[in-house]
Design a binder for this molecule. Structure first.
Ligand code: CA
Length: 226
């Protein structure tokens, strides 16, 4: 296994440089982005294993970077907050950051948290995290879906819906059940939303590759058959 790659998104050069030296000393490969937009672009790369994300950034705020990355990626994110701002932390954790550190912080503590997150992410790489239906592969730990090795870009919800259908292959799933399991408590509308998302997935998979992956069970819901 090669070096783990850590992306530092931080506009304060002194801090970024200091972190880079510390992390490289610990054996990590380091990349730096000095504004939010650059951070988002670099953070999308599957080669990044963990992101240290400052919240106060030019071009795109750290919160926004995190929100956008979480649409397609579950890469571990540690936020850096300049002050002890509770609302920033809550927002950050709500939108999917894994941890936060308040500046100034002890670098040993940051290193410890990085180790924990990388280890946690590693242990997710178990065989049951990979689902297969025919030529379609879904890898939960990498947030990746591939058809014959070709990457398919799905939003977070599309991914979750597809994962649920694949995990329950050969079972007819009612709209109500899908709504409950995939959308859960944070949903207020009706079950039509599922049809909308099924259409999105079909346009990205069924239609694109000319296969019949998701079947409609009239009046009930949907099924993926092996
Ligand atoms: Ca900053």
């Amino acid at each position: 296994m090669g070096k783990k790659k850590i992306l530092i998104v931080e506009d304060e050069q002194k801090i970024a440089r200091f972190l880079q030296l510390e992390l490289e000393y610990e054996g990590y490969e380091v990349e730096i982005a000095s504004n939010g937009r650059d951070g988002f672009e670099k953070g999308k790369s599957p080669s990044v294993d963990l992101i240290i994300l400052d919240l106060m950034l030019p071009a795109l705020s750290g919160i926004e970077v995190c929100r956008r990355l979480r649409q397609t990626s579950n890469v571990p994110i540690i936020m850096l907050t300049a002050k002890d701002d509770i609302s920033d932390k809550v927002t950050g954790l709500d939108i999917g950051a894994d941890d936060y550190m308040t500046k100034p912080f002890a670098v040993e503590e940051l290193l410890a948290r990085i180790r924990v997150l990388l280890k946690r992410n590693n242990s997710r790489n178990k065989p049951e995290d990979i689902l297969n239906i025919g030529d379609l592969t879904l890898s939960k730990s990498n947030y990746k879906v591939e058809y014959k090795g070709e990457n398919i870009e799905l939003t977070k919800k599309e991914f979750q819906l597809l994962e649920y259908l694949m995990r329950n292959k050969n079972i007819v799933l009612s709209r109500e059940k899908i709504l409950d399991k995939v959308w859960g408590y944070d949903f207020y509308g009706d079950t039509n939303i599922i049809d909308v998302y099924i259409r999105y997935i079909r346009s990205k998979i069924d239609q694109k590759y000319n296969i019949n992956l998701i079947e409609t069970v009239r009046g009930v819901g949907y099924i993926i058959r092996e």
